[in-house]
Design a protein around this ligand. Structure first.
Ligand code: PMP
Length: 406
């Protein structure tokens, strides 16, 4: 009889090769204790965290922790139900109002995760007679949303508005509804989308535009509203999707829009309807973290200064860092045989980053994906850079990348 697990044989082989090459499983790292937003205990050692999405350090916000404690004491620790049944408390509606007001939009939907926000919005918006146009480097939640929808899916070249335009024109379906989906900042590479150019294509072709600001919310734009704010094209974006799990340091997702039909989407959105809503303590912590983000715009300034410091350090070392400075900086290595030992050595020397291996990387080379926080000190960044230098030397990784224009 066939085994359900025969399809795992290839994966088992690849995983054992990765573990054999470095001595540990890079996908099973345990942070034994977070000591602050920037330092955690891993394998018994204090380790600098340069591989989280905690861009503003708010996962450790005192204000948010107190708000969570008070909400749990007042309302309990869970709702036990869906937003459309028994899972909406006043706190949920208050947070939706607050998020909508922050984005200056008509309304907001709050989901239990950012993953579900993409899954839900994309599948609920794009029906069988519609077209979905996705950036080729889209996050898994966007691809999964497209699989849950009945729409025809077309991929365009990453960050290429001209390719998008050509593909829409080639469809020769002027009357069909089209939804274009892009991300503000791409999570693996730190690439920033040319949102103004995408907005121009959207207007020219009559398509709708959804921007996933998961990594750019709280990071880009004068007020932290993301890439659309930074490029001055918020009015041309129909739907902004995002997550609380990165700059706000909690968990949950949202969609904001001016389209009044958002109220109806709530009743046609399976990842919103058929799952339990966020517990009161998460809602309260998220709301407090949003207050803190708004009260402290200097966090964003510090984040960008830290990103520039880390990026300049990589360039000085001769590592092949992402071209653009953003809080996500990918260091590209040429081979997996270099990347696995280098990642392990970094961890042994006290720096945690994310190892990303092909085929999960955009150009089939491995990446050490680094992320910066507003709360990193200059000394921590310099220490991390020194550890990168040492690890590269220990692993015979050549330090010869040419300086790239930033
Ligand atoms: N969109 C993007 C671009 C992401 O990178 C992620 C998470 N890595 C998500 C959505 C999903 O967010 P969450 O982890 O909060 O569910």
């Amino acid at each position: 009889m066939a085994s359900l697990f025969s399809k795992y044989e290839g994966l088992a082989g690849s995983l054992s090769a990765v573990v054999a090459a470095g001595g540990r499983n890079p996908f099973a790292v345990v942070i034994e204790k977070p000591l602050s937003s920037t330092v955690g205990v891993i394998e018994g050692r204090e380790t600098l965290l340069f591989g989280t999405n905690n861009y503003l350090g708010l996962s450790q916000s005192e204000h948010a922790i107190k708000a969570a404690q008070a909400a749990a004491a007042a309302c309990g620790v869970g709702t036990t139900g869906s937003r459309i049944a028994n899972g909406t408390q006043s706190l949920h509606r208050q947070l939706e109002r607050k998020i909508a007001d922050f984005f200056r939009r008509r309304d907001a939907m709050v989901f239990s995760t950012g993953y579900q926000a993409n899954l839900g919005m994309i599948s609920a918006l794009a029906g069988k007679d519609d077209y979905l146009l996705l950036d080729a480097d889209s996050h898994a939640s966007i691809y999964d949303g497209s699989r849950l929808s009945a729409a025809q899916v077309i991929r365009f070249r990453h960050n290429d508005p001209d390719d998008l335009y050509k593909r829409i024109k080639r469809l020769d379906a002027p009357d069909a509804a089209k939804l274009v989906v892009v991300e503000g900042i791409y999570s693996m590479t730190g690439n920033v989308a040319p949102v103004a150019e995408f907005a121009a294509v959207k207007k020219e072709t009559g398509a709708y535009l959804l921007v996933d600001e998961a990594h750019s919310f709280g990071v880009l734009g004068e007020h932290g509203r993301g890439s659309a704010e930074a490029e001055g094209v918020e009015a041309d974006v129909d739907f902004i999707v995002g997550t609380f799990s990165k700059s706000l340091g909690t968990v949950g997702g949202y969609c904001v829009s001016d389209h009044p039909e958002l109220e109806l989407v709530r009743l046609n959105c399976r990842p919103y309807m058929f799952t339990a809503s966020l517990p009161p303590e998460v809602i309260a912590a998220t709301s407090a973290a949003l207050d803190e983000m708004q009260a402290h715009p200097e966090l964003r300034t510090r984040l960008m200064e830290n990103a520039a410091r880390l990026h300049a350090g990589f360039v000085r070392l001769g590592l092949n860092a992402s071209q653009r400075v953003s809080p996500v900086i990918a260091v590209t290595l040429e081979t997996v045989e270099q990347a696995i030992p280098m990642w392990n050595r970094l961890l042994e020397l006290g720096v945690y980053v994310n190892l990303s291996l092909p085929p999960a990387t955009p150009d089939s080379r491995p990446l050490l994906r680094c992320s910066v926080m507003a709360t990193h000190t200059a000394a921590q960044i310099d220490q991390a850079l020194e550890i990168f230098r040492q690890a590269a030397e220990d692993c015979n990784v050549p330090l010869s990348a040419k300086e790239t224009a930033v």
